[in-house]
Design a protein around this ligand. Structure first.
Ligand code: CU
Length: 342
């Protein structure tokens, strides 16, 4: 008898343990600072978190009730030594029980549906404040174009916004469907070709918030990361002011500029104030003011920049920037030029 019960119990404990341990460990391992949806720092994210906790509480309650009933039945009605193998009395039909297990789940689903729908519409229809910042984000395979139309600023992958002020995003796509998601600031919104979506944030804490494309969009989807720097109004103003300037013209790096303008770099990249006006890749006018390269693939240091230009595919297999077959001298020169673009 003892071996019988321990076998069933072992299986049960294993299943229960896995059910709890897998998501918990995935959560613990996966939560990077700045990406925890249970630590919201902005307006719609806070409401979304409350709803998530409400839904988790309901489903947690269901889990405990169903798991408890299962455990009770498994232990109470386990096979005993003196079982004679005969079937127990068979019972058919109970209107009361069947009504209960049909109506209660329907009511639970209706409650979850209505609370979710109400929040979705409340976020979508929230009145737009008079003063708000407008940013256009365009998803590309596999990076984000970021435009500040009012300020004439274009950048990539790293969005700066002021704290305690609403920012409205117009979301577009240049190719396939992407999804814009910064867990601590707002929910996911898709970037769909030939269709305009919008979302907004109202961050209340200064800091760096990370996000990523959350709709599979091709080979390098997982390396389509996103950063939002929530800054004080003064910091934000200073950042905008610097981004508005055309590219620095430093005669010391003229050789590198030549390399850039005499290779196909200029067909894919814009450097404002020069003849490079390509739109296929990220705007590089102030590349050196960014912290990362390749949509968060690597940190922006001179050594990484050189290695990226030499062979972007090494860092992002399937990337849409080709290796340009530059020699070592050209690589050094073009790296020095791009490093001057503060
Ligand atoms: Cu994407």
């Amino acid at each position: 008898m003892f071996t019988g019960i321990s076998k069933v119990l072992r299986r049960l404990l294993f299943t229960a343990g896995m059910t709890i341990a897998l998501p918990v460990s995935a959560w613990a391992a996966g939560v990077q600072p700045g990406t925890n949806m249970f630590a919201p720092a902005s307006k719609p994210a806070r409401e979304i978190e409350s709803l998530a906790i409400f839904i988790l509480a309901i489903t947690g309650g269901i889990f405990v009730v169903v798991g408890g009933a299962l455990l009770y039945a498994v232990i109470k009605y386990r096979r005993r030594k003196n079982d004679d193998g005969s079937e127990p009395t068979q019972i058919f039909g109970s209107l009361q029980i069947e009504m209960a297990w049909t109506i209660i789940p329907i009511m639970i689903v209706v409650v979850m549906f209505l609370t979710s729908a109400r929040l979705i519409f409340a976020i979508q229809d929230a009145p737009k404040p008079k003063e708000s910042l407008a940013i256009t984000v365009v998803g590309h395979q596999f990076w984000w174009e970021v435009r500040y139309p009012k300020y004439g600023v274009v950048t990539a992958n790293e969005i700066h916004v002021p704290v305690d002020e609403a920012t409205y995003f117009k979301l577009l796509s240049a190719d396939v469907v992407h999804s814009f998601w910064i867990p601590e600031l707002a929910g996911k919104t898709d970037c769909i070709p030939n269709h305009v979506n919008t979302t907004w944030i109202l961050p209340t804490r200064v800091g760096l918030y990370k996000g990523q494309c959350s709709q599979f969009c091709g080979t390098e989807h997982a390396m389509m990361l996103l950063r939002v720097y929530v800054q004080t109004p003064a910091q934000f103003k200073a950042w905008i002011k610097n981004q508005q300037k055309p590219a620095v013209e430093d005669p010391a790096v003229a050789a590198g500029r030549e390399v850039f303008m005499h290779n196909a770099c200029m067909d894919c990249h814009t450097i404002r104030g020069t003849v490079a006006t390509g739109r296929f890749g990220p705007d590089l006018t102030h590349l050196a003011s960014r912290d990362t390269l390749g949509s968060g693939s690597l940190s922006n240091t001179p050594a990484n920049l050189r290695a990226w230009i030499k062979d972007p595919d090494h860092f992002k297999p399937g990337v849409l920037m080709p290796a340009m077959q530059l020699n070592n001298k050209q690589l050094d020169e073009v790296t020095a030029y791009l490093c001057s673009l503060r």
